[in-house]
Ligand binder design. Sequence first.
Ligand code: ADP
Length: 262
Amino acid sequence: AILDQQDKKLKEQLSKIKHKIMVMSGKGGVGKSTVAVNIAVGLSLQDFMVGLLDVDLHGPSIPKMLGARDLKLTRRPDGRLGAIKYSPNLKFLSIEPLLPAEDSAIIWRGPIKISAIRQFIGDIDWGELDYLVIDAPPGTGDEPLTVAKTIPDAYALIVTTPQEVSLIDVKKSIKFCQKVKMRILGLIENMSGFICPHCGKPLDLFKRGGGQKLAEEMGIRFLGKIPVDPRVVDTGDRGKPIVGAYPESLTAQAFEEVIRNI
Ligand code: ADP
């Protein structure tokens, strides 16, 4: 009966969210969280109501990237907890603000992770949203699987970098989506070319365009390329995502193009 009730709450909450996007990658360090944050902030700047859910339970990075580590969950008048308000249009949730200390290591087994993620979506009030962007940990483990099972109408957005190894990992992500019947929104090639800090122009650093080729080969959409830009690191560390901090930059424009393609 408790599970039935939770299912009901989940369905009710999910029915108030128009579009659900899970950002995934085959391996870590390709910029998946950076992409999730900039897409969420970018959409919110276009006046959409956006939620950003960090289901990376072992390495949550969303609060830091948003510069919002001090913000706490809100208590609604009916006693329910609400997602954390970042701006009038953007709410987020991560395991980090729920932990006693920032460096507490989490040792959780699959079933606990599954129930935590289900609670993040069903028990926490997100209200009405145009978009829910979900940052999943790299790979194809319990967390992306739980999201796929809990949100049957979610789309996957796969992030890769131009290097060959990373492209092999993309194929694994695509296979995962096919297996769990998750529709794929498309592929983003991050760290594609380099924006020179001196002249502001793009330079090729690694071979570019592998992502586009792979997308064509695998029959999925290519959503765009994001260059390597030192300001991405800086703005990420300062908690001011580049789409908001430098909206005129080529990198912010590249994110905007991705958002247009979503
Ligand atoms: P993931 O979520 O895939 O592990 P992150 O988003 O945490 O990756 O990014 C890893 C590191 O790379 C971070 O320090 C981030 O600032 C940096 N980074 C991500 N994308 C870019 C980019 N386009 N240009 C420069 N640095 C980037």
